[in-house]
Each structure stands twice: as structure tokens, then as C-alpha cells.
Design a protein around this ligand. Sequence first.
Ligand code: PEP
Length: 249
Amino acid sequence: MSGSVRCLIAGNWKMNGLLAESLEFVRQLADNPAPEHVEMALMPPYTLLYSLSAPLADKGVRLGAQSVFYEHGGAFTGSISPEMLRDTGCHYVILGHSERRDIIGEGSELILKKLNASWESGLEPILCIGEHLDEREAGRTNEVLKDQLSVLASVPGDRALTVAYEPVWAIGTGKTATTEQITETHAFVHAELKRLGHDCRVLYGGSVNPANARDILACDGVNGALVGGASLKADSYMALVEAAASVNK
Ligand code: PEP
């Protein structure tokens, strides 16, 4: 990361959002409310990407998807290619989210294929990593994160990449890691990325909301947030952007 780093507030809508309410969400966003050091992005479900692309761009919000398939086209019923995401205006794609690792069974081999296909098409992946509660309690957090980051070992360091550290026990639970845990773990993730030849933003994710965002975003090594529940309402998402705007480090 050379020069100043923009703080990314990325909203992951998961399997939420119908067309009318989503267009209303965008209508409620202020016009280009983020200062230079804050970047806004939203990841709605596939079904909304095309319809929200231009309205979000008008508000200065980048578009992303929540997953992608690793092939570029062909007989893959039900799959979406990276080119299709680019065609809707996507800049980002979330990969390795714990819900896909744990519910769908996505592992490192598949995630690496998706990373490579995304880069081939000009998408910037947001690679999610994070430990389960039993792993943290057993003192295995760094070992788990190191293993999940090892997909980057063979990847050239100049690839557009953002990493999101999301302790699985904090996602959707209302429990956030302490600022000490966040600072310590982000330091480890940045160091591990450096060891692997990468230098990129590391977001925090896990029950970030307007009340705790400022303290979390102020932690050393935190370069933004990946937010689920608190990104579903326009006023809440805007409050996160305001929290990020108030932190200038
Ligand atoms: C997420 O989905 O990545 C997430 C962090 O969700 P929540 O903010 O709801 O915990």
C-alpha cells in the first residue's frame, strides 16, 4: 500500500434485498457524502447488481458481488462468471466469506481458482479470513489465519486485493472483538501478508454498527470495515460512513 490508504466501508447485503426497497435505499443515500479518505462500496445479491449499478455510481458508491464462479463461461448452470460481474459494473467481489466456507463448503483450492479468475477479469477480491470461537479459545487464531492466507503464497504481490479479517464468532452475533484483539490480530495479518509478498488493506468485520464503528476503525492496522446487518438500512450505512470520515489516521 503506497501513499495514503482509503478507508473502505463495504456493505455485504447477503441474501437480502428486493428491487423496490433497494432503489429506495439508494435514493436515501446522500450525494457523494464520503470525504477523500473514505471509500464506499455495496455488495447486493446478484439479482440487484445491474439495477443498482448506475444509481450507486451516481452516489459515489462502488459495486461488488458476494461470490463468483471460477470459469469464464460455458455449461455451468446457475453460475456467474467474473466477466458477467464486470459487465454489471462490479469492482469488488467477496471471496472466502465464512458463510460460504462453512455452509457451502468452499475451501482454499476453490478460493484460489476464484481469486485467479477474478484477477483475470479485472475484479478486486475482498478475501475474508477468520477463526471460529473454539479456535480462538484454543489459542489457534494466528495458525488458522496463516493457513487461510496461504492461498496468496503463489500470487504476485501487485494484484489488486483487499483482505477482511472477520472472526466467525462475531459475524451476525452482536459480539465484536475487543479493540485489543482487533489491533493484535490486524498486526499479525499485515505481517503475514508482508511475509507472503503482499501489502494491502485489511478490513475488520463482525457486528460492526454505528455505535462501535469509530472505535474499531481507529484501531491500528484497520483499513475499513466489512459490514452485514448494519449496511441494510441507508441511515445506518451512512452513519458508518460518517464514523469513518471522523477517523483520519
Ligand atoms: C459479514 O457478513 O461479513 C458481517 C460482518 O456481518 P455482520 O456485520 O452482520 O456481523
